[in-house]
Design a binder for this molecule. Sequence first.
Ligand code: NAD
Length: 464
Amino acid sequence: MTGTTVRSTNPAHPDEVVVEVPAAGTDDVAKAAQAARAAQREWRATPPATRAAALGAAGEAVAAAAPELTDLMVREVGKPLGEASGEAARAAAILRYYAQQVLDPDGETYPAPGTTLLMARRVPRGLAGLITPWNFPFAIPLWKAAPALAYGNAVLLKPAPEATACALRLAEILHESLPQDLVAVVPGLAEAGQAVVAEADLVSFTGSVGAGAAVREAAASRGIPAQCEMGGQNPSVVLPDVDVETTAAVLAGAAMGYAGQKCTATSRVIVVDDGDGFAGRFTDALVSAVETLGVGDPADDGVVVGPVITAPSRDAVVAACREAEEAGGRVLTGGVAPDRDGWFVAPSLVDGVPADARVAQEEVFGPFAAVLTARDADRAVELANGVRYGLAAAVFTRDLDVALQVADRLEAGMVRVNSPTSGVDFHAPFGGEKESSYGPREQGKAARDFYTAVRTITIAGGGS
Ligand code: NAD
């Protein structure tokens, strides 16, 4: 952002400006909020079948635009082609899914005397303020906006500056099917986000722990509901009975895919040793698997690891490797930024750091992971849980008993058995524990709890 503009550039070719637009000021946000509120009053009164059809049409429009949206994601946030195309398809699926939710039951009835009806009905809350990160520039705005709209709310979306073009294009597509002013995108930095919190009736945030804490506090001071999904330091526990090559390949992808820039990326691989060299063998296989990942221009087929989003993000990965060495660890692979155009950094694995080293405790939002060793499954669980985060965690083993015992003790909102920590199912509840998350779950049917209020209604006959 320069002065009053927001600018995004291509992380693979930083000289290419993807978009430059004026940043929304406090007055712009207030104006958009006022218009959205007016549109919401009509939207909530619109017959449900009409609202469902409008959201369904938006889903079809996103599906039709998928190739173009894929290209935009590749250029604006450096998402590798295969993943970007998957996200475009998911964006359409989210809209189709919530289009159907419009027609779900909107409450319950309760026993009451005589002919009286006692019921609890779900009603929209009003204006939903959405503050989103850049890493899933269509899926995250939509997994918030689609349920907000389905349950009768209006939307004020403040996208991350790095993903401004994606958000503006999404708004254009939604405007083709939805009433004018019902969805407004307000580009900008933190100030625009703060203005959204000041205007909205509820706030759904996804991003870093620091920004999430600020949003949580601002929302609490206004007494409005808030939901904050934040960072992670996601562990994957590996038992010695696994198929080494297969598991190493899965974990390499979970840690380094999309250059590690997923909140659910694996950050720590915790290997349970068997006293017979398993930890060493597994670590070697993991290094090989990481080194065989396709690294390069995200627009090229087969690339799994593209650039990171900015120069500081690239430098943070290199710095984390130096810090690991200073803490007594080793850099097993990576640790350098190649001398080429774009914010590229080699996928980096370290081992030998103490469990309380900063790089094994805090999120490094890039292609970086630490390998830790545990003497047994109990110690592995202790290590896995020994961080302030609790977003996603995984265990890999062929022993069902061990899998169930470990999975039960992992402190995370999403627990995976023999599956990568990375990955989200839009039809299931999503969210973390500990400092990764605040407020109710999002996605799936859980979204209804957040985007609606419960109104308890008693209807008695006129003579009672
Ligand atoms: P970020 O926290 O820098 O920004 C997120 C959004 O918040 C942006 O739109 C930003 O402009 C806005 N913002 C920043 N400060 C604010 C404030 N004080 N008030 C209001 N709005 C403010 O995060 P980012 O760099 O865009 O995204 C990366 C982070 O997001 C990582 O920490 C990652 O783990 C996290 N993330 C979490 C999830 C999840 O579901 N848990 C999903 C994706 C990303």
